[in-house]
Design a protein around this ligand. Structure first.
Ligand SMILES: Cc1cc2nc3c(=O)[nH]c(=O)nc-3n(C[C@H](O)[C@H](O)[C@H](O)COP(=O)(O)OP(=O)(O)OC[C@H]3O[C@@H](n4cnc5c(N)ncnc54)[C@H](O)[C@@H]3O)c2cc1C
Length: 488
């Protein structure tokens, strides 16, 4: 059996590695650097920034811990250097893993020649460095793509590849707003803000979802004045509303100004002073009233959409809808030998979702049964404090007509959190009133992203309250927050 995988993000490269482990020959095609969005411009670089932010927050509190007030200055170039080194280290790790005799890594832009054949325009050597440092922008949507023809270079000849199965894992791209000024120079995407060379004095973040809030939290710690503008009633629209409200207050206490129910209508460039220092004026409507924010940098973080222009899906007869490529529960498209995993199917835009969807697809191809439940998908928000969630929210249960009770506990009563001086946060367990099954866990506070994993395991294994009550937790640990929620 032979498989072609298009896209080497956490969906594509992890699936290629698993296929190779199982003895399947794989052609992995990637137009940019391996690791995709996650490794090059998403999960990893942002979490490197988060570590700097956490370190700075701790330094600010030095006096509280008996080392006196520290006088320090942030050298932002070092922050970026560290982030780049982290990315490079992990990328070279992935490249090493991919040097497997069953995996052929093809560097170039793929498109469907027909449903069995994928053509690849190889990356030209002169653009190799650029391709290496920068994931490819979304294609123009014309196929075959224009063949790059740098002066003096021979145009690369497209290469055809065929296989028994094809897995598409071409990811997503940042969305923008259809408003005047959204395309002004200097309006940053989540990728561009990772490479700015200074900390802006005033940062305006449009969008109070996961990505927007992570950057808001990071740059607040770096010293920016941060304003977030969110269209919906609450931040983190798909999270538990209780959690979202409390996290908003918590971020507010850190000095992040969050405007919800606010619709951005226009962005204008303002020039001030003799140095022509660029400023942006962001106009938004809050409850019908026009308000304005002035900022030195604007981050557009209004979500991501499946990269439907990354391949000529319709030429290949692959059905799509507004969210992405249509797939069944096995990640199979309407063309039985073509699968679509990760952000490209628009189901759950998370790196671990992409990886696990890849396992589901490969198992289906190989006829291997599994009990992966893609509905029990943990998600974390790496703000300070962190937030995390798994399973059903209280509102979702109401919508589904499930009678639930919600059990809560607070980090201020957790011994370990008090010793850490990080008592802001709570945990909410959503439990079925009928049979005590744990249906959801939503929390924010220190290490929420790690704690949620225990709840994820319990929900995945369909544990009920009394089973959970009998599990011993080490004292003093943050995970005792789950135990206290259960004991009430
Ligand atoms: C700022 C930010 C922070 C994030 N933080 C987190 C986090 O903390 N945790 C988390 O779980 N998720 C996070 N995400 C989301 C996560 O990055 C994505 O869900 C994940 O990368 C999706 O994986 P994928 O394999 O589907 O696609 P991608 O990682 O996007 O990979 C797709 C690959 O396909 C390649 N490609 C596209 N078209 C072609 C073509 N025609 N030919 C060849 N190659 C092609 C691209 O170059 C790319 O490398 C974050 C995202 C962003 C933007």
């Amino acid at each position: 059996m032979k498989i072609i995988i298009i896209g080497a993000g956490p969906g594509g490269y992890e699936t290629a590695l698993l296929a190779a482990k199982r003895g399947v020959e794989t052609v992995l095609i990637e137009a940019g650097p391996v690791g995709g969005t996650c490794l090059n411009e998403g999960c990893i670089p942002t979490k490197s920034f988060c570590k700097n932010a956490e370190f700075i927050d701790q330094l600010q509190e030095a006096d509280k811990y008996g080392v006196g007030k520290l006088d320090f200055k942030l050298d932002f170039s070092k922050v970026t250097e560290r982030k780049n080194a982290v990315v490079e280290q992990l990328k070279s790790g992935v490249e090493t893993l991919l040097k497997n005799k069953l995996i052929t890594l093809v560097r170039g832009r793929a498109f469907f020649k027909d449903v069995r054949t994928v053509s690849v325009i190889p990356n030209v050597p002169s653009s190799e460095t650029q391709m290496e440092s920068e994931p490819i922008p979304e294609a123009t949507g014309t196929f075959p793509p224009a063949i790059p023809d740098p002066a003096g270079q021979k145009s690369p000849v497209p290469q055809d590849y065929t296989a028994d199965y094809i897995i598409v894992a071409t990811g997503s791209v940042s969305s923008s707003l259809p408003i005047p000024g959204a395309d002004l120079p200097g309006i940053l995407t989540s990728k561009e803000i990772l490479d700015i060379d200074h900390v802006p004095n005033r940062l305006c973040v449009i969008g109070g979802g996961v990505i927007g809030l992570e950057f808001a939290s990071i740059f607040r710690s770096f010293g920016s004045e941060v304003t977030v503008i969110e269209y919906c009633k609450d931040i983190l629209p798909r999270f538990d509303t209780d959690l979202a409200k409390r996290l908003k207050q918590s971020l507010g206490k850190r000095g992040i100004e969050i405007n919800t129910q606010s619709q951005v209508t226009e962005i204008q460039i303002k020039h001030t002073g003799s140095e022509e220092k660029t400023e942006y004026e962001i106009t938004f409507l809050r409850k019908g009233k026009e308000e304005k924010v002035v900022a030195d940098k604007v981050l557009m973080a209004v979500g991501r959409r499946a990269a439907l222009n990354s391949l000529n899906f319709s030429d290949a007869g692959i059905e799509t809808h507004s969210k992405g490529v249509k797939v069944n529960e096995f990640m199979q498209t309407n063309i039985p030998h073509i699968y679509a995993i990760g952000d490209i199917n628009g189901q759950m835009m998370l790196a671990h979702a992409a990886t696990f969807q890849g396992i589901v697809a490969l198992d289906h191809i190989m006829g291997i049964p599994n009990d992966i439940d893609l509905n029990v998908m943990p998600a974390a928000v790496f703000t300070s404090p962190e937030a995390a969630s798994v399973g059903l929210t209280e509102d979702e249960c109401k919508e589904k007509g499930i009678d639930v009770k919600c059990l809560k506990s607070f980090f201020r009563a957790n011994g370990k959190a008090v010793t850490m001086g990080q008592t802001d946060g709570f945990c909410k367990l959503v439990v079925s009133a009928a049979d005590g099954l744990i249906l959801g866990c939503h929390l924010y506070g220190p290490h929420a992203s790690d704690i949620v994993q225990e709840a994820c395991a319990l929900i995945n294994r369909k544990a009920n309250l009394s089973q959970f009550q009998s599990i011993i937790h080490t004292h003093p640990t943050l995970t005792e927050i789950l135990q206290s929620a259960i004991h009430g």
